[in-house]
Write a protein that binds this ligand. Structure first.
Ligand SMILES: NC(=O)c1ccc[n+]([C@@H]2O[C@H](COP(=O)([O-])OP(=O)(O)OC[C@H]3O[C@@H](n4cnc5c(N)ncnc54)[C@H](O)[C@@H]3O)[C@@H](O)[C@H]2O)c1
Length: 421
């Protein structure tokens, strides 16, 4: 027998329709009054004491970091003239993109909350490197509207490269709220700050190949439908693409979404298979390799970090200006989405055999059926759009890229077993 919820038997008092409409209108008016007359959000005392930003010295550091090498106006809108806010700058992709921008002469300010999803000391090491190259990383959350408005008050950013997110597919089953916080609320917070800025910056942000979800037609093309996400992570990235459409449509923000395909390389993310396989193989710990139905292999379109960075720079350099200002749209703005992959999927078992050779250690492998944890069986990018419009051309095969990763890994963790645990 099915239990009926208690409200099923409850009867409404006998109100007449005009009375109900009257009271509903009074209620709606009251809500609207409260919304429009409530004071702006205050910085709580807790936030104030925990604040890691603010003050004259801090402002000066932001200004210096944001300053492009050449102050003369650029006619091509290209390198050496931009002021870029990079969110997630202490992350894997963010640290590489920030360094590349700074190296070619652009001004860069980083923003990161240094959360502990994976070892924050790795993020701190990336931050140290960034500081050496002249990039100041502001410590704060992308949901902190006051911080974002302060940054836009100090610097007229020409571009925002938004890479901060809760990454990882499997962790979404443990901590779903962190995906909503960073990938939905955080994205809206960034778009809100950008739409109100004057001038509005152009935005390049990281979506993900995971939006292709359970699609089986390969290679994945931007024209394919993306309505079957296999994980909450994928669903938040897909939602992000729809939210981007809205902000482009209403406020004239120029927005480019980049669907990255399994990025790997030096300074990578410890939660990704190539990284923890390396760690476990070296420790002599068994690794789990998943396979699909009928022992089919799981494959990924592994893409080397330098290729991804070139794709990001291509997106920045071809981004048109936003058309709005101060929250008002003045015309139609650019809205784009591109796959950034390698176009040559490699079975995970092949990845392991390359690692075994590079590390000169045989892996202890446990082959298991893939659990339903949000992972998909394969990814494969069609990159013809990015080739045409961003001049994107990946050049690094998995063997070459993993060699560079292993070289970095051994050097970074050599003699420092604490970092490795
Ligand atoms: N690496 C990949 O293979 C891959 C693939 C597809 C998409 N992406 C996307 O690319 C972007 C960069 O990924 P990554 O691999 O460098 O990940 P990462 O975790 O190394 O970098 C993300 C950074 O954002 C920061 N961050 C997270 N939430 C934040 C918040 N609320 N406020 C401020 N900072 C916050 C984290 O501390 C971290 O340093 C992400 O948007 C990710 O979803 C990555």
């Amino acid at each position: 027998m099915v239990d009926r919820p208690p409200y099923v038997h409850r009867r409404w008092p006998n109100y007449s329709a005009p009375k109900l409409i009257f009271w509903a209108s009074i209620f709606a008016a009251l809500i609207l009054f409260l919304i429009f007359h409530s004071p702006p959000p205050e910085i709580s005392s807790e936030r104030r004491t925990a604040a890691t930003w603010g003050g004259l010295n801090w402002e000066k550091r932001v200004q210096i970091s944001a300053r492009p090498r050449s102050n003369s106006p650029s006619h091509s809108g290209g390198a050496g003239h931009l002021s870029v806010l990079v969110t997630g700058a202490a992350g894997f992709v963010g640290s590489h993109v920030s360094t590349a921008l700074k190296r070619r002469g652009d001004g860069v300010v980083g923003l990161d909350n240094f959360n502990s999803y994976y070892d924050p000391s790795l993020k701190r090491s990336r931050q140290k490197l960034l500081e050496k190259s002249g990039v100041f990383v502001v410590e704060g959350d992308i949901n902190d509207a006051v911080l974002l408005h302060t940054l836009f008050d100090i610097v007229a950013f020409t571009h925002v490269v938004h890479l901060a997110a809760q990454a990882g597919v499997r962790y979404a089953m443990k901590n779903p709220g962190s995906y909503v916080h960073s990938n939905i609320a955080g994205l809206v917070s960034i778009f809100e700050a950008c739409k109100s800025a004057n001038p509005q910056p152009s935005i390049v942000w990281a979506s993900s190949s995971s939006v292709y979800g359970l699609n089986s037609k390969v290679p994945f093309s931007e024209k394919d439908q993306t309505d079957k996400p296999a994980s909450l992570y994928a669903a938040t990235k897909k939602a992000g693409e729809e939210i981007a459409h809205t902000y482009n449509h209403i406020y004239g923000l120029s927005i480019t979404g980049l669907r990255f395909f399994t990025v790997y390389g030096p300074w990578g993310r410890p939660d990704m298979a190539y990284f923890f396989f390396t760690k476990d193989i070296l420790k002599g710990k068994p690794i789990q390799i998943f396979e699909g139905p009928d022992h089919s292999s799981v494959a990924r379109d592994f893409t080397y970090i330098d290729d991804i960075v070139r794709g990001c720079l291509g997106a920045i350099d071809t981004a048109e200006k936003s058309t709005g200002s101060g929250g008002k749209k003045k015309g139609v703005a650019q809205l784009r989405v591109f796959n950034l992959g390698n176009t040559s999927p490699v079975p995970v078992i092949k990845l392991v055999s390359i690692l075994e050779k590079l590390l000169k250690v045989k892996a202890k492998k446990n082959v298991l059926p893939m659990p339903r944890n949000g992972d998909v069986l394969f990814t494969h990018a069609n990159i013809s759009s990015a080739k045409k419009e961003l001049h994107y051309k990946p050049t690094t095969d998995l063997q070459t890229g993993l060699k560079k990763f292993v070289h970095w890994y051994l050097e970074y963790y050599s003699g420092n077993s604490e970092k490795r645990s």
